[in-house]
Design a protein around this ligand. Structure first.
Ligand SMILES: *Cc1c(COP(=O)(O)O)cnc(C)c1O
Length: 810
């Protein structure tokens, strides 16, 4: 039986807050975002006291305030060495912005050497180490065996006659701990690889300790075996300050002699009028490398961080023992999860904890049918449940490629089919494109780990024992007397809806319902089209289409800031004088769902000031009318999902689980449909029966039901009789009055459905329950996309009306 470890050095106060006050796993940054943990509060208090009781001036002058800064900085420099058990006679500390800046300093110095340098790096390197290769003349990326072989004498950069054809320097770099999966690499390599190679070349070693040092003692006690250069990031250890260090073995200082650039503070004299000459500072190395003013206050904050961290968490050896206990628990917890059919839920990439890896577990999830679960989907749910995990490529290209078995051609294929770091479509060609990484730190607790494992169990473990596949069904017509319950358009993308009044015939166009998503708000700086996901208050911006006065009246229903009207009017007509002249410069294009578009932006300062003020974000109103060309035109992306293809799935509530995996998404539609600013398709419909079923499920679990409005549908379909929920998944066509529609596939959902459209408040539901009951192949669906099917040309203008009968075919 394993209990919470009682480690020496943890005082009673720490022990109490370890027990459950932190229901989170933190990814790498160990500060609570609200800054209210005992640790961050003590740290901030200490720093604030230091700041308010002392005056710190810019170093390098004689004033008392300047002298105070200088002496404090020198004290902290020494403390950093002590923290790493390093002898100040053997090592120097260069303060840098982050680990990457330290790596760049080394790369820049190596590049400036007369013969340049060759670069050898381990495949588990962070992107920031990989990038050094672009400065090198030649480079090699090696796995463990490759490194061992090279240290043992295998030559890498052969010229004629199998001999290394060069006598320039070599830089060898590797991470002490992989930031991808926590794997630790031998620290002994740093000493073994150094020195003259068999071919007589000078080899320098660079250890990236950014991930390692956050939960382990970085011990530079033996200068003979220590790396020449070690980089780390203090924010990864202490959460604050944002500062890094490059620790240089004094014996390797000569690596910097050829560095060319010099900045303020690094030189004793500079001549530039008539003659070009300068004398670099000659005493300590850090004086020559720290360009410009040091981050004085960050360095002083590091003093406080070293103290408070030690007081609350004990030594780094204590932290290491604590986190390694927790990571074993996490690893074992995740690897023991099994579906009802016996298959593992998690595919783990991290080495087993016995191998002494760091406290991070990298994994992916599989459904009971064997399909991979989308990383983006896991991240959305984790966010709602307040777990701070990281998903994707995690800045470790070599580690990811080898863990996932991704070949260069696959990565390039994924790239050319639109995959980018952070894409939603993260399962490509039947393989995940990244990993889920949960890391633990000094503040993590047993209950953090247990609740995270419980979270994976609750949402991703399928207890059901496989049943025989459902029978194929015949094409039929619905008999449950469906009708249009309500019709909504969203004139401004992501803002409130406009409900079409009863008795009004509303025009249907190929690109959607008239006036739907024709406007949007564009961030003035980034050009990004604003979304409610980021700015929930957009739901309180309510547009009203007033055809009598020919205007779009926009009201803000939340508290209005001073000097801001509650309402403004925008003309419906497309009078060109209200728009800014469109200069076809690339800087003026915007992005919606990652797609580049060119909307017409409004020139009116009062209109733009209204939106900027009520939303608290600098933005402009823009219009994207139908009939545009080029980047003023968009196409639908919706398509039938596999779970909708026949045989029709038996939709059981709860627990409809993923359909069998099938080939990658294929778009069967031949001519693409045009859309305006809707995310995926012309029209989105939901059924009240499904909303009711979902709400029933939410209530059964003690939650509060949601209004249909959270799904932001254009049409809400209801039935006069008891209707089966989720039949809309199986519809292929719909006739509303005389107008025919074609179903274009189920609508994939994100946590935007959790925003209450009346109050703009966020909660967990309905996404959490949807994730349990409406997940297919790792993605969550609710509602259905559809589009008008034009009949014979020359007919009346197609329209729909509230109350009209609906006939579904499937
Ligand atoms: C975080 C990290 C880096 C980059 O550190 P920065 O402080 O962001 O520059 C490099 N290597 C590893 C292993 C890391 O974990």
């Amino acid at each position: 039986m394993i209990a919470t470890p009682k480690l020496p050095g943890y005082n009673a106060a720490v022990e109490t807050f370890r027990d459950g006050e932190y229901p989170m796993l933190r990814d790498a940054v160990y500060l609570d975002h609200a800054g209210t943990t005992p640790y961050s509060k003590s740290l901030m208090d200490r720093f604030a006291t230091d700041m308010t009781s002392n005056l710190f001036g810019n170093p390098h002058s004689a004033s008392a305030s300047s002298q105070l800064s200088t002496s404090r900085i020198e004290d902290v420099r020494l403390r950093v060495l002590q923290f790493c058990n390093a002898d100040p006679h053997e090592f120097d500390v260069v303060f840098v912005a982050n680990a990457t800046a330290g790596i760049k300093l080394v790369a820049e110095a190596m590049r400036s050497r007369p013969g340049g340098f060759d670069y050898v790096y381990h495949q588990s390197s962070h992107t920031s180490l990989v990038g050094v290769r672009e400065e090198a003349r030649r480079s090699a990326c090696l796995d463990d065996r490759g490194v061992e072989g090279w240290i043992g004498g295998t030559s890498l950069f052969n010229g004629v006659a199998g001999r290394e054809d060069d006598d320039g320097a070599v830089l060898f770099a590797y991470p002490a701990q992989s930031n991808m999966d926590g794997q630790r690499l031998p620290l002994s390599w740093a000493g073994q690889a150094r020195g003259p190679s068999s071919a007589g070349r000078r080899i320098y070693t660079l250890l990236d300790a950014a991930a390692f040092a956050s939960t382990s003692l970085l011990d530079l006690g033996c200068a003979e075996t220590a790396p020449d250069f070690t980089v780390l990031s203090f924010y990864k250890i202490f959460g604050f300050p944002d500062l890094g260090a490059l620790i240089v073995r004094r014996e390797a200082e000569d690596a910097f002699v050829s560095r060319r650039y010099f900045g303020g503070g690094t030189v004793d004299m500079v001549v530039c009028v008539k003659e070009q000459w300068h004398a670099p500072k000659s005493q300590a190395l850090h004086e020559r490398l720290e360009d410009g003013t040091l981050p004085i206050h960050s360095i002083i904050a590091l003093d406080a961080a070293l103290d408070i961290h030690k007081r609350l968490f004990g030594s780094m050896a204590d932290v290491a023992a604590h986190t390694s206990f927790l990571s074993k628990r996490l690893y074992n917890g995740l690897s023991s999860l099994r579906h009802g059919n016996g298959d593992a839920v998690c595919t783990l990439y991290s080495p087993a904890p016995a191998a002494g890896s760091g406290p991070a577990v990298a994994f992916n999830l599989r459904s009971s049918q064997g399909g991979w679960v989308s990383l983006a989907e896991v991240e959305k749910l984790a966010m709602l449940k307040q777990f701070h995990i990281r998903t994707g490529g995690v800045c470790n290209p070599g580690g990811i490629a080898s863990a996932l078995g991704l070949e260069p051609w696959e990565m390039k294929r994924n790239f050319s089919s639109g995959f980018r770091c952070g894409s939603e479509n993260d399962i490509m060609g039947g393989k995940p494109t990244g990993v889920i990484r949960a890391s633990l730190g000094a503040m993590s607790t047993v209950s953090d780990v247990d609740s995270f494992v419980g979270f994976i169990r609750e949402f991703y473990l399928d207890e059901s024992v496989p049943a025989s596949p459902p029978q194929a069904t015949m094409r039929r017509r619905d008999t449950s007397r469906l009708h249009v319950h309500s019709i909504h358009v969203y004139p401004i993308k992501s803002c409130g809806g406009f409900q079409v009044p009863a008795g009004v015939d509303w025009e249907v166009r190929p690109e959607g319902l008239a006036w739907d998503r024709e406007w949007c708000l564009v961030h003035q700086g980034s050009g990004q089209v604003l979304s409610q996901k980021r700015y929930p208050r957009m739901s309180l911006v309510r547009p009203h289409l007033d055809f009598e006065h020919g205007e779009l009246r926009v009201t803000y229903t939340g508290p209005v800031p001073p000097d801001t009207p509650r309402q403004i009017c925008v003309p419906l007509s497309q009078n060109p004088t209200v728009f800014r002249p469109t200069t076809p410069s690339p800087s003026r294009s915007s992005r919606v769902c990652g797609e580049e578009i060119t909307p017409q932006t409004y020139a009116s300062p009062s209109i733009n000031a209204f939106f900027s003020s009520v939303l608290g974000v600098p933005c402009v109103l823009a219009r994207f009318p139908a009939g545009g060309q080029g980047k003023s035109m968009r196409h639908a992306k919706a398509h039938l999902q596999n779970h909708q293809k026949r045989p029709a799935p038996v939709t059981k509530m709860p627990g409809a689980f993923p359909a069998p995996p099938s080939p990658p998404d294929s778009d069967t539609e031949s001519t693409p449909r045009r859309i305006l600013l809707a995310n995926e398709s012309p029209i989105l419909a939901i059924s009240l029966a499904s909303v009711d079923a979902l709400n029933g499920e939410i209530r059964r679990n003690g939650g509060k039901g949601v209004l249909p409005a959270v799904f932001r549908a254009n049409m809400v379909i209801a039935s006069e009789e008891e209707a089966r929920p989720y039949v809309e998944d199986t519809w292929t066509r719909l006739r509303i009055g005389a107008v025919e529609f074609e179903m274009l596939g189920a609508c994939r959902r994100c946590h935007m459905v959790c925003i209450d459209q009346e109050t703009a408040e966020r909660s967990e539901e309905p996404f959490v329950t949807l994730s349990k009951t409406r997940r297919f192949e790792g993605k969550v669906f609710f509602g259905t996309h559809m589009g008008w099917r034009p009949g014979e040309a020359g007919g009346p203008v197609p329209s729909v009306r509230v109350g009209e009968g609906v006939v579904a075919e499937w």
